[in-house]
Write a protein that binds this ligand. Structure first.
Ligand code: AHR
Length: 494
């Protein structure tokens, strides 16, 4: 590998380390919020969960959905709790008590120092609900909705900058599913109204729900044809799984993500050219993760329960490796991917799990995500990599080494993130760090395990990193053993 300060991709937007809390399963109730828990704070939020979220240095969190937002009345979740209605929540077929709504969530986000990416309902609702919500959240005072917020106890506006124009509107499962033309028109008109209320906001239009959708990428082309000048980002969503139990093939799936990102960039740039626009559209990969372990279990859950244990994937070690390669993929596209949300944050396909009334714990995927968020701030460098490759069942020319590097000029730190996909052999990394004179290795963190299927649980952290990696310098070059099937973080400092 060759790394040079001058080979820059772009400044990493810290919001690529975002996450997501949806009113789904035990994400909110029993996850971040449980006023009966011994560790609950004065607002009913679990302090043990807040502590774990703080370890992630979470920059932004998407809310309140997801599929849930497409039939959500935001008005149900504000004002005196005793007056809030219980509703049938149609996306996940549960009962929504509305104990937590916009104001409570903003409070929680403040406690974890995260910005909020708020989604509006463009399924069952539209321009009116969206303009009223943004007036409620962002207008200072002196109007019906801003004064209502003040009456509800929030004198200061929430000043939410980033807004999603609906969720997965291309998906037939979505309540209020639309064609690309129907959605494009509605998104444009909603964007217009929302910007009239607050011109400082940023808007995300819905891209495809995943790259296998039959309408991908025509959906993006049509939606952007309508909205190009009115929005700032197009969204991408994708989940991965090892359904055929073929790890070599599974670990290659970051290449699928890479192709997806490249196709969306190409589509954005096509619309830009068509419109003779000067503006470059950025990408918000606002749902990504591994999701497949809990699929069978979810089919057994009866409808209309409050906060049932839905989408509770228990992640194993190989999932953490895949997550590492996916984060590296975002870093390689730092010039266009400006936001990304690991979906989700607590209990629901999440790095953090809780027991109702009990403890909170870190899943395997917590670690690569945390390392990237904590150490991956700065400029993403373009590493020149030569690695041997393999072919798997579905993919060819999969490099054993997947790597990205971030240079933090202010702290004079260089961090290399690397996954060795080889399941049998360690890799000998040799890295020419030519322009990083006087830099020393300060830490080589390794996440490794002889059992690819081992998972963590409440009392047992079987998968956790150690700092005994052997990275070192010799004649201005960096050398390191990357153990077979491992995630590595090599930190250098001047
Ligand atoms: O994150 C779980 C679900 O996945 C979200 O609600 C939806 O947007 C996606 O299909």
């Amino acid at each position: 590998m060759v790394l040079d300060k001058q080979y820059k991709i772009a400044e990493v937007d810290k919001r690529i380390y975002g996450s997501f809390i949806e009113h789904l399963g035990r994400a909110v109730y029993g996850g971040i919020y449980d006023p009966t828990h011994p560790d609950a704070d004065e607002d009913g939020f679990r302090k043990d969960v807040i502590d774990l979220v703080n370890e992630l240095k979470l920059p932004i969190v998407r809310y309140p959905g997801g599929n849930m937002v497409s039939a959500y009345n935001w008005e149900d979740g504000v004002g005196p709790k005793e007056l809030r209605p219980r509703r049938l929540e149609l996306a996940w077929r549960t009962i929504e008590t509305n104990e937590v709504g916009t104001n409570e969530f903003m409070k929680w986000a403040n406690k974890v120092n995260a910005e909020v990416m708020m989604a509006v309902n463009l399924g069952t609702r539209g321009i009116d609900a969206a303009r009223h919500l943004i007036e409620y959240c962002n207008h200072p005072s002196g109007t019906y909705y801003s004064d209502l917020r003040i009456k509800h106890g929030f004198k200061e506006p929430h000043r939410i900058k980033t807004w999603c124009l609906g969720n997965e509107m291309d998906g037939p499962w979505q309540v209020g599913h639309k064609t690309a033309d129907e959605y494009g028109r509605l998104a444009l008109e909603t964007a217009k109204a929302m910007r009239l209320v607050d011109p400082t906001i940023e808007l995300v239009a819905c891209g495809s729900s995943n790259s296998d959708m039959p309408t991908f990428p025509e959906w993006e082309a049509t939606v952007l044809d309508h909205t190009y000048e009115a929005v700032d980002y197009i969204s991408l969503h994708q989940y991965y799984g090892n359904r055929s139990d073929d790890t070599a093939n599974y670990l290659a799936k970051s290449m699928v993500m890479d192709d997806f990102i490249k196709t969306v960039i190409a589509t954005c740039d096509y619309v830009k050219a068509k419109k003779r626009s000067k503006k470059t559209m950025n990408l918000s990969f606002d749902e990504w993760n591994v999701w497949y372990h809990s699929n069978d279990q979810d089919r057994q859950i009866e409808p209309w329960e409050i906060a049932p244990p839905q989408l509770e994937d228990i992640y194993n070690f190989e999932d953490a490796l895949l997550v590492g390669t996916l984060i590296i993929t975002f870093l390689k596209h730092a010039d266009r991917v400006k936001m990304a949300c690991l979906a989700q944050l607590v209990n629901v396909i999440a790095p953090i799990m809780t027991e109702n009334g009990g403890g909170a714990w870190k899943q395997t995927i917590f670690y690569p995500y945390m390392h990237a968020s904590v150490y991956g701030r700065g400029v993403s460098l373009n590493p020149v990599i030569q690695s041997s490759k393999y072919d798997s069942k579905e993919y060819t020319d999969v490099p054993y080494l997947e790597s990205a590097a971030v240079y933090n000029e202010a702290n004079e730190e260089l961090t290399i993130f690397a996954v060795n996909r080889h399941l049998e052999e360690q890799l000998e990394l040799e890295c020419d760090i030519r322009s990083f004179e006087d830099y020393q290795v300060i830490e080589h963190i390794v996440l490794e395990n002889s059992d690819l299927k081992v998972a963590n649980s409440v009392g047992k952290q079987q998968v956790k990193p150690h700092s005994n990696g052997n990275a070192g310098l010799q004649d201005g070059r960096l050398f390191a053993h990357l153990p077979k099937a491992s995630w590595n973080v090599i930190r250098l400092k001047k």
